[in-house]
Design a protein around this ligand. Structure first.
Ligand SMILES: C[S@@+](CC[C@H](N)C(=O)[O-])C[C@H]1O[C@@H](n2cnc3c(N)ncnc32)[C@H](O)[C@@H]1O
Length: 340
């Protein structure tokens, strides 16, 4: 139990550092409540054995946010900017504790669901990289979640006086790059397919609620991007199949296509794929025999640095394309280019 309190406090600190004082206050309040044997001790009792990687603290924050989004906790909602409230970090916990008492079995059930996010800002990386590839692209995303980034060409990217992508888009990324990508072709995505072992359907009310609930409620810009992308997903189809990376790529890459460039993209996925599957995917891409490009945005091991790489096959030549933050912007291009 002390372990769980420590995890709540550590995650509270991380949330504050990552720009969510509201989630920080909620998790700190929950830690104090649990230490005092309050409702949180009962709420998390069935979840005490969850591994740290399952981020039970964020499951808890997401479960509370879901109640608010569903209109089931009106007093708590007053503190949630995601529904028009004002984040009073010093006063939020008592309202949250009352919501926990009123909805205990429901919150316990939600704690059994894994955290599932889809970060639209990462399209700033993907779109900039796709702009280095001439001609039409077949986009295959591994670990796509709800597949929102498969629609990256339908978002607007404002850079100086220019608007790239779709200027009429509900998703607007303002100055997502802190320098110019070295090459800029028109981005033409002609096929959008992805996989995820735990896909979310962004066209259903439940899928939209799930994705929204895991965005921290005081991060209004992220919520706006997400809501815009959910609207676009309802109009622009993309397929996300329930599958791991290796099975999906084995099926999709069985036949090459000469008329398009095949791009395999993944962002903040590799750490969740087991090492044997990672190696098998690396080998598959090398051995597949037809040309393709892999673009990745992944954290460097044991650091907070997020690097963008592009690897072209069959040569296997890998370049460091850019550096970014975990949620995408600002992206800094290194000047390396993708040779297709
Ligand atoms: C942090 S989320 C990132 C989602 C999305 N790529 C994004 O950037 O918003 C990690 C995703 O990897 C997926 N994942 C976990 N294991 C996987 C595997 N073996 N193959 C493919 N995806 C996997 C998870 O289900 C989850 O959707």
């Amino acid at each position: 139990m002390n372990d769980f309190v420590d995890r709540l406090l550590l995650q509270a600190e991380q949330c504050r550092l990552m720009g969510s004082p509201l989630t920080g206050a909620l998790l700190e309040g929950a830690a104090g409540d649990m230490r005092a044997g309050g409702v949180v001790a009962d709420l998390v009792a069935p979840s005490l054995d969850l591994p740290a990687g399952a981020v039970p603290s964020l499951r808890f924050a997401g479960a509370l946010h879901r109640l608010v989004l569903e209109g089931k906790a009106p007093e708590l909602a007053l503190h949630y900017p995601s529904v028009g409230g004002t984040a009073h970090v010093e006063r939020v916990w008592p309202a949250a504790a009352r919501a926990c008492r009123e909805h205990l079995p429901e919150l316990q059930e939600r704690m059994t669901h894994s955290v599932q996010t889809n970060e639209v800002g990462r399209s700033a990386v993907l779109f900039g990289a796709l702009g280095m590839i001439p001609g039409p692209v077949r986009l295959l995303e591994v670990g796509a979640s709800a597949g929102l980034n498969l629609r990256c060409d339908r978002f607007a990217y404002v850079t100086g006086d220019l608007v790239l992508g779709d200027p009429s888009s509900a998703v607007v990324l303002e100055e997502p790059w802190d320098n110019e990508p070295p090459v800029r072709h028109d981005v033409q995505v002609v096929e959008r397919r992805g996989c995820d072992p735990n896909p979310v359907d962004p066209t259903t009310a439940d899928g939209r609620l799930t994705l929204t609930s895991y965005v921290w409620a005081d991060q209004v810009a992220r919520l706006e991007r997400l809501r815009g992308a959910l609207d676009i997903a309802a109009r622009v189809p993309a397929t996300v199949v329930q599958s791991g990376a290796l099975d999906f790529l084995t099926r999709e890459l069985a036949q090459g296509r000469d008329d398009v460039t095949t791009v395999v993209w993944h962002s903040v996925v590799w750490q969740y794929v087991d090492p044997a599957e990672r190696t098998a995917v690396d080998e598959l891409l090398h051995d597949v025999g037809h040309s393709l490009v892999r673009i990745s945005l992944e954290p460097e091991p044991r650091s907070y640095a997020f690097r963008v790489h592009a690897t072209t096959y069959p040569s296997g030549r890998r370049v460091h394309l850019a550096d970014a933050l975990g949620h995408g912007p600002p992206v800094h291009w290194t000047g390396a280019t993708i040779d297709v």
